[in-house]
Design a protein around this ligand. Sequence first.
Ligand code: FRU
Length: 504
Amino acid sequence: MNRIRKHVYAAMAAAGMVAAMAACTPVNPADEPTRPSGGDSVPATPVVEGGRNEQYRPQVHFTPYKNWMNDPNGMVYYDGVYHLFYQYNPRGNDWGNMSWGHATSPDMIRWTEQPVALTHDELGDIFSGSAVIDKDNTAGFGKNAMVALYTSASGVQQQSLAYSTDGGKSFTRYGGNPVIHNDDDNLRDPKVFWHEESGKWVMALAKGWKMGIEFYTSPDLKNWTHASTFFRELQGRPSLQWECPDLIRFGERWVLLVSVNPGGPLLGSGTMYFVGDFDGTTFTADELDYPLWLDYGMDNYAGVTWSNTGERKVMIGWMNNWQYAGAVPCSPWRSAMTLPRELQLTEYNGKPILASTVVKEADGIAGEWKAAGSELDCEDAYQLRITIGLDKNSTIVLSNPFGEKYELNVTASSREIVCKRNASTGDTSFNGFFSVPSMRAPLNTEGERVTLDIFVDQSSVEVFTQNGSMAMTNLVFPKEMYNRLTVSGTEFEAKVRELKSIYK
Ligand code: FRU
C-alpha cells in the first residue's frame, strides 16, 4: 500500500470503523434483508460521448470521461457485451471514495461509460474484485445472474457480494455480507471462477503486505471454505505487497497472476506469474526461476482476465504505477487501461512463457497497412510492425516535431530491448520516479530476425514481439504523439496502420 493509502486506512481504523465493522457483521447472514447497491448519494458519472481531445488523452485506450481510475474489476462477458468495472473515485481525480465505475463494449476496444455500479456502504469502500455469470443458479439469485465479489474495505478487508439480474445495469447487495469475514487489513481482490472437476467456485485472494494468495472454495458463492495458501519466496524482493491475483486455466496447466507493489520488474508496480497445477484446492508452482514478468515496462498493473469467455483468456491491466500514479499530468481523468491482450501459455528455450498479444478486435479500428516512411502520418494512434535483423545492434526511434523521442535499442548479442524514459521522451517533471534510465526486456524468440508490434497512442507505447513472448508497456507524455520513425543499425522492414479514435 502506498504511503497515502496506508495513512487513509490507519485513519479509518483510528476513527473506530473497525469496531463499527464488527457490529455490522450479521449473526445469521441468510436472515439479513438485501440492500440496494449505492451506499450514499454519489452521483452517477455523466456518460459523455465524444469530446475527449485533451492533451495526453488516449484515443484507443479506455479512460473514464473524468476522475480517478485504478484496477480493472468485475470483468465479465455476458450476452454479447464485455463488462469492465474499475476502481473509481466518483468525486475527484485522486485515489479515494473507492467505487466500481462501469463501462461496456461489444469488442473490448470501443467502450461506453455507464453509471457507477457500486459505491461504499456500511462495510466500507468497494475495492477490487471480479464477477461471474451464475449459469446454474448456484447462489439462488436467478439463472445467469451476474454476481460480483469485491473487497469491502475500511479498517479491515472483508469479501462481499452483489448481484445483478438485469445484465449488469443495477446491482443488489447480498444481505449476508461479508461472505468472508476478516479481522485485518490484508486480504483482498477476490477473483472467482468455476472449477468444473470439483463442481465448486474457487476464489483467489491476495494477502497484501502479508504476501501470498489464499484459496477458498464454495458451492454457492455465498458460503466459502478456506482451501489452501500459496506463497513463494522471491529472491532479493523481501517486502512486496501481493495484490490482484488471477488463476487462469490453459488446458491441463494453470497460471497464477499476482501483481506486486513495490517490487515490480523495475520500480513500484508490476505483475508476475507462476506456472503450475491446480487440483481444485491447491496450486502447486513448477520449479522455475521466479519472478517471471508478464510485462517488462513500468505501466501494466493489477491486470486480470475476463470471465465467461470460454477457452479464450483476455486480460486488461491498469496502465499506471503506484510509484507516481497520483501525479501523472492528466485532467479531468487520471489513468487509462492497457489495450486488451490475449494470453497464451507458450514456451521459449524449454521453459513456459505467458505470451500476450493485442486482441484481434483491434482490427475493427485499424486502417490499411502501408509501408512506414519517416513520417508516419497518423492522427489518433497507430500500430507499427517492424521486422529487424539480429545480426547487429539497431535502434528504433519514434519522435515528434518537438524533438521528443522514444528510443528502442535492440541489442543483438543479448537479444533484448533496452529503452529509457527521461526528459527527452516528454514531460517527466511531475514526479521524481517517472524518469527511468534503463529498462530491459528479453525478446524470448529464436531466429535471426524479430518482428515487433508497437502500439502508440497519445501518452503510451506498448511494445510486443509478434508472438507475444515479450511485452513492454510504458506511459509517456510527449507534447504531441510521436509520429516520425527512424531505424538505424541493420536491415529492417516496417509497416504502419492507423488506429482510429474510439471516441469519434
Ligand atoms: C491494487 C489495489 C488493490 C485494491 C485497490 C484499491 O492496485 O491496491 O489491492 O483492492 O487497489 O483501490
